[in-house]
Design a protein around this ligand. Structure first.
Ligand code: SF4
Length: 309
């Protein structure tokens, strides 16, 4: 594990970006005007059970505005933190490869032509990476810093069916192979706390992420938004909601099992406070992250300690 700060017990994105660019790098979250096959009817009209109205991107720029003006607005928003550093353009919400390739080319290159942008991150589904899209991503990957994000959420197809993910885990494995063949970095999203999931299932998901050679990982806590479909589901089919102590213990175990080379982008959920129904403790993200660090230190453990090739 490449650690800049010896107090860190895992390989964070911050550390990776500092090593690569020599300074702290922020992301600006953009709305590329996309939809999703799991919402527009191609696969389903319902979407994933946890997906919000904004396509799981609550902090993106404003839909309908040009990419360059969204970048400018987001830069203004973070100007106190960001001083004069460059940033990564993050196409975050909905499925950001689900459009004709000419449109993808237009929006990606519009972002990349902004003077402050040093790279691009694109969130998508593994079933939305056809050869034409992959060719465009390869082209960008040769010239710019790029990573792709894939919403796996769980390795277990039966749990994926409960959340209406809309594709089989085999499809994720195939997409990972194709991305690796093209040397395109990818980050895998997983969620802890899905309905009827056992801890063993989380370990299986981590093992799969290790095996497919994911470059990065985002571990999300499942949170429930007020008046959401998930909230309704919860009251009809109650399932376990993590307490903070149990969640931070579990994440510490997942980190131990993770390949030490995998870059950790996220360790908890990120809901808007006013919209959050439960668990309310998750609103204090800083305290959750501190607690995870504390647990790792107390156990004197670190990323990869329990990793088995
Ligand atoms: S794939 Fe993403 S955008 Fe589509 S329904 Fe699922 S979470 Fe929402």
């Amino acid at each position: 594990m490449n650690k800049k700060n010896n107090n860190d017990r895992f390989y964070s994105l911050n550390n990776y970006l500092k090593e690569k660019f020599g300074c702290k790098i922020y992301k600006v979250s953009l709305d590329g005007g996309f939809t999703c096959p799991n919402r527009d009817g191609k696969i389903s009209h319902k979407g994933c059970l946890f997906c919000s109205n904004r396509g799981s991107g609550e902090f993106t720029g404003e839909r309908g505005k040009s990419i360059s003006s969204q970048i400018d607005e987001q830069l203004e928003f973070i100007k106190n933190k960001n001083s004069d550093n460059n940033v990564i353009a993050y196409f975050q919400n909905f499925t950001n490869t689900y459009a004709p390739v000419e449109y993808l080319r237009k929006v990606y290159y519009e972002a990349l032509s902004h003077k402050k942008i040093i790279g691009i991150a694109i969130a998508t589904r593994p079933d939305c990476l056809n050869d034409e899209v992959l060719d465009l991503l390869s082209e960008i990957n040769e010239k710019f810093f790029l990573w792709i994000e894939l919403g796996l959420q769980t390795a277990k197809d039966n749990i994926a069916d409960v959340i209406n993910r809309g594709y089989k885990t085999e499809c994720y494995i195939e997409a990972c192979k194709k991305l690796n063949e093209r040397n395109i970095k990818f980050v895998t999203h997983m969620i802890a706390g899905l309905p009827f999931e056992e801890k063993e299932n989380l370990f299986e998901t981590i093992d799969l992420i290790n095996n497919v050679k994911s470059w990065g990982i985002k571990i999300h806590l499942l949170y429930i938004l007020k008046n959401s479909r998930l909230e309704k589901y919860y009251y009809e089919h109650p399932f376990k909601i993590y307490e903070k102590d149990e969640y931070t213990d579990t994440v510490a175990e997942l980190i131990e099992r993770l390949n030490p080379e995998i870059v950790i982008h996220r360790l908890t959920g990120d809901a808007k406070k006013d919209d959050l129904a439960m668990p309310l403790w998750s609103a204090d993200k800083r305290s959750v992250l501190n607690e995870i660090q504390k647990k790792l230190k107390l156990k004197n453990t670190f990323q990869g300690k329990e990793y088995k090739k």
